[in-house]
Structure formats: structure tokens, C-alpha cells
Design a binder for this molecule. Structure first.
Ligand code: HEM
Ligand code: HEM
Length: 280
């Protein structure tokens, strides 16, 4: 399946991957060269897991999970397999985000620093809570085979919108966290004197914004969407039929109200195999 402006897509994809890796490298250089490294001892080295895991998991892996459906060489793979990859990557991002929160809460409790006083922490925790909700709803609606097709179709625009909103919010949270940390940590010379550490980590902030920008660009181009909305030909019960997905949704809606749940389950699996339910 050919992709329109394939070279442009490739440019954005390679840029985002390189910048994503560079961001992870920057955060690791930061904690090892200027801060206390990594450890799980209640001290500053434990806090450092927080930026390392949020940048690696909650930003980079989440960004890659969002674009996987757009990779043209995966369009020949079944939709079900792509769903497992998308959901699997989001689950990894979620686990790393939770560990990063445990690290910062543990550090605060150990040092008797109050929890949840900053805007960064409010927005950050909200981001993790909504991400959890998005993950659970995504699994129940798009992977659970008995969910009727019309519910999947109705939920899809909300899923895409909330996914992108969460991703953008997580990036804004990271920028707030970076600024806060530099204000706390840099005393002599101070942040306002622009020591090398400050310039280096401000650059990390820029890289994160560019990474987010490239992901959002790729995922908002209609022509780079995984195909399947147009009229398609598929094989069902040995017969070849030509339908549009709209027709299919209408039929699915009508049928889903009448069919027993086991029939709906079988039908969903069959459509999954044909890769037809591209927006579901
Ligand atoms: C604290 C979330 C990224 C620096 C916190 C807290 C949360 C949070 C919920 C509160 C912990 C507590 O009250 O005990 C997030 C999320 C991020 C993120 C969801 C996803 C991107 C970062 C990054 C840095 C950072 C990249 C950079 C160093 C801090 C600092 C604190 C903190 C310094 C302690 C001060 C405070 O509570 O605001 N974070 N964070 N965070 N985070 Fe983050
Ligand atoms: C599409 C975010 C979890 C199924 C999308 C898109 C975003 C997104 C932004 C649009 C991608 C595009 O237009 O190419 C998220 C986030 C999740 C999450 C942030 C976790 C917190 C899940 C889960 C499933 C799922 C668990 C279950 C399989 C889908 C499907 C699509 C999609 C079927 C449509 C793909 C297409 O357009 O062909 N998701 N998602 N998502 N997501 Fe998720």
C-alpha cells in the first residue's frame, strides 16, 4: 500500500526517533554528570528515576505508541496485531510512569517534603490518572471482542482527542518539572547565571517539544492514516464482497442489537482478520 508523501513521513519519523533518543541520552547525562546518579535509597539519586523514567516512558514510548498505526510497512499486518503493539507500548509507558511517581513520592516522604503542592504535581498526577482511564477504556472498547462495532466507532474520535490531549499535557508537565528542578538545584551559580547544566537541560526541554511536535504532525495528517475507510473488498464465508466501512458500521449496528453476543463476538473476530475495522 503506497503512502502519499512517503519521504516527508520518513523525514518526520526519523527526526522524531533521533530526537527522542537524544532526549533520553540528555536526561541520563544530566543525572550522571551533574546530579547524584541513580539509586533507590530515599535520596536525590532516587528522585532522579523520576525524570529518567518520565522522559523515557511517558514521553518517548508514549509518542512511539501513538504513531505505530501510521507506519506504512505495518499496513499489511492485521489490525489486531497493531492494536496489541499500540496497547502494549502504552502499557509499558504506564508502568514506567507509575514507577517514576513512586520514586518521587518516596523521596519526598523520606525527606519529609510535602506532597502535591505544585502545579507540576497537580497536572502530572491528573495526566497519569487520565492515562490510566484511557488505557482501561481503550482495552475494554477496542480489544474486548464482544464490544459492539457501533460503540467502537462512536468512541474513536474521543479516544484520539483525549490521547493527544494527554500526550500534550505530559510534555507541558515535563517542562514545568525541568524548570522547577533547575530552580531548586542550582544555587551557586544560580539558574539566572546560565551555568552549563542549565543550558544543557533547557536544551532537553527544547528537544522534548520538538519530539512532541513531530509526533503530533505525523498523527494529524489525514493522508498518513492507516487505510481502510474507503470501499474495501473482503472475504466472508468464502464469498468476496465489496462494502464501504460506513455500510459496515450501519449493518453492524443493526445486527449487534439483534444478534446474540457470541455471534457478535465471531463477527468481530472475522472483521479483525480481514483488517477491515480500521477506525475501530
Ligand atoms: C514532583 C509528575 C516529569 C521534576 C512530581 C509529582 C508528580 C509529578 C505527581 C508530585 C510528587 C509529590 O508530591 O510527592 C510528573 C509527570 C511527569 C513529570 C506526570 C511527566 C512528564 C518531570 C520531569 C522533571 C520533574 C521531566 C524534571 C526534573 C519534578 C520535581 C518534583 C516533581 C522537581 C518535586 C517538586 C514538586 O512536587 O513539584 N512530578 N513529573 N518531573 N517532579 Fe515531576
Ligand atoms: C488510535 C492514543 C490506548 C486502540 C489512537 C490515537 C491516539 C491514541 C492518539 C490516534 C492514532 C492515529 O490517528 O494514527 C492512545 C493512548 C492510549 C491508548 C494515549 C493509552 C493511554 C489504546 C488501547 C487500545 C487502543 C489500550 C486497544 C486496542 C486504538 C485504535 C486506534 C487508536 C484501534 C485507531 C487506529 C487507526 O486509526 O487505525 N490511540 N491509545 N488505544 N487506538 Fe489508542
Amino acid at each position: 500500500m503506497a503512502m502519499e508523501n512517503y519521504r516527508h513521513f520518513l523525514f518526520f519519523l526519523i527526526t522524531s526517533i533521533l530526537i527522542g533518543f537524544l532526549s533520553i541520552l540528555f536526561v541520563l547525562i544530566w543525572v550522571f554528570q551533574w546530579r547524584e546518579g541513580l539509586a533507590w535509597d530515599g535520596g536525590l539519586a532516587e528522585f532522579n528515576w523520576h525524570p529518567v523514567l518520565t522522559v523515557t516512558g511517558f514521553i518517548f514510548i508514549q509518542g512511539i505508541a501513538i504513531v505505530v498505526y501510521r507506519l506504512p510497512w505495518t499496513w499489511k499486518c492485521s489490525k489486531l496485531m497493531m492494536k496489541f503493539i499500540h496497547a502494549g507500548l502504552h502499557t509499558v509507558a504506564f508502568v514506567l510512569a507509575v514507577i517514576s511517581l513512586v520514586a518521587v513520592f518516596d523521596f519526598h516522604n523520606y525527606k519529609s517534603i510535602p506532597n502535591m503542592y505544585s502545579l507540576h504535581s497537580w497536572i502530572g498526577l491528573m495526566g497519569v490518572v487520565f492515562y490510566t482511564l484511557q488505557l482501561v477504556l481503550g482495552l475494554c472498547i477496542f480489544l474486548f471482542p464482544m464490544t459492539p462495532a457501533f460503540i467502537r466507532a462512536a468512541f474513536m474520535p474521543i479516544h484520539v482527542y483525549s490521547g493527544l490531549l494527554i500526550f500534550g499535557t505530559v510534555i507541558a508537565t515535563a517542562l514545568m518539572g525541568i524548570t522547577e528542578k533547575l530552580f531548586f538545584a542550582l544555587k551557586n551559580p544560580a539558574y539566572k547565571d546560565s551555568p552549563p547544566e542549565a543550558v544543557f537541560i533547557n536544551t532537553l526541554g527544547l528537544l522534548i517539544v520538538v519530539f512532541g511536535g513531530t509526533v503530533l504532525w505525523m498523527v494529524t495528517r489525514p493522508s498518513w492514516k492507516r487505510p481502510g475507510e474507503e470501499a474495501s473488498t473482503f472475504k466472508q464465508d468464502g464469498k468476496v464482497s465489496s462494502v464501504t466501512e460506513n455500510e459496515l458500521n450501519l449493518n453492524s449496528f443493526d445486527k449487534a442489537t439483534m444478534e446474540s453476543s457470541s455471534e457478535a463476538w465471531k463477527r468481530n473476530l472475522k472483521l479483525e482478520e480481514t483488517g477491515l475495522r480500521s477506525t475501530m
